[in-house]
Ligand binder design. Structure first.
Ligand code: DX5
Ligand code: ZN
Length: 222
């Protein structure tokens, strides 16, 4: 990773104790962002929580809240998150085409939030490469979305490298985020490929000392 990029570590509350979310976020005071996985049991075969639970975190943290919508029909729901959360990411596979994704990203930006686009492991990145200025972040899934605790898929790092070289060549500040199977070791590989934002669920909240785990991931991502 070049010296000009600072890794951002984003613990995923999917792996936290849902009965104690406020206390859980307080256990990672050294996190940069908090990652919020919204799943609808349609786009992915799992159900997590929606807007009311996500909003319940607002009084308990001043960190950047990074919403990852794993839902069908994001055109209907994504804007509901845009006023309260710092970044809102939806899936390319959940919209008709790249033009539709750009239109939704424009709407999200209109609310002042960062607009993110995510791609599943088998979705090619090429259709996005000419449009990276229209998104504030690209979230590359490194597991099939739906569940925490899965094994990192190193082959997705080819997509990260393609994104990194285009973003740098075009002089953009679009962030590259990786999500799924991230721990100290996979964070290092991902950083070398050009990732900026590292989502980590079970490797943070599954540990007895989540703050130490965040520090460890950050150290290896540098
Ligand atoms: C998976 C979610 C991830 C999940 C990552 O669909 O998008 O954010 O929390 O969990 P780990 O870090 O355990 O793979
Ligand atoms: Zn996620």
């Amino acid at each position: 990773m070049s010296d000009s990029r600072t890794p951002l570590i984003a613990p995923s509350i999917l792996a936290a104790d849902f009965a104690n979310l406020a206390q859980e976020v307080a256990r990672v005071p050294n996190a940069d962002w908090l990652h919020i996985d919204v799943m609808d049991n349609h786009f992915v075969p799992n159900l997590s929580f929606g807007l009311p639970v996500a909003k319940s975190l607002l009084p308990h943290t001043d960190k950047h809240l990074d919403v990852h919508l794993m839902i069908e029909n994001p055109e209907k729901w994504a804007e509901d998150y845009a006023d309260d959360f710092h970044s809102v990411t939806f899936h390319l596979e959940a919209v008709a085409d790249v033009d539709t994704a750009i239109a939704l990203a424009d709407k999200l930006r209109g609310h002042g939030t960062m607009a993110g686009i995510s791609i599943k492991p088998n979705t090619p990145v090429e259709p996005l490469l000419d449009h990276l200025d229209r998104f504030d972040l690209v979230l590359v899934m490194s597991v099939e979305p739906g569940f925490g605790g899965q094994k990192f898929m190193p082959e997705v790092l080819d997509k990260v490298r393609k994104l990194r070289s285009r973003i740098d060549a075009d002089g953009l500040d679009t962030l590259i985020e990786i999500d799924g199977g991230i721990g100290a070791e996979t964070a290092a590989e991902s950083a070398a490929a050009g990732v900026d934002v590292f989502v980590a669920g079970s490797s943070v909240f599954g540990k007895p000392d989540p703050a130490a785990a965040v520090d460890e991931i950050r150290a290896s991502a540098k």
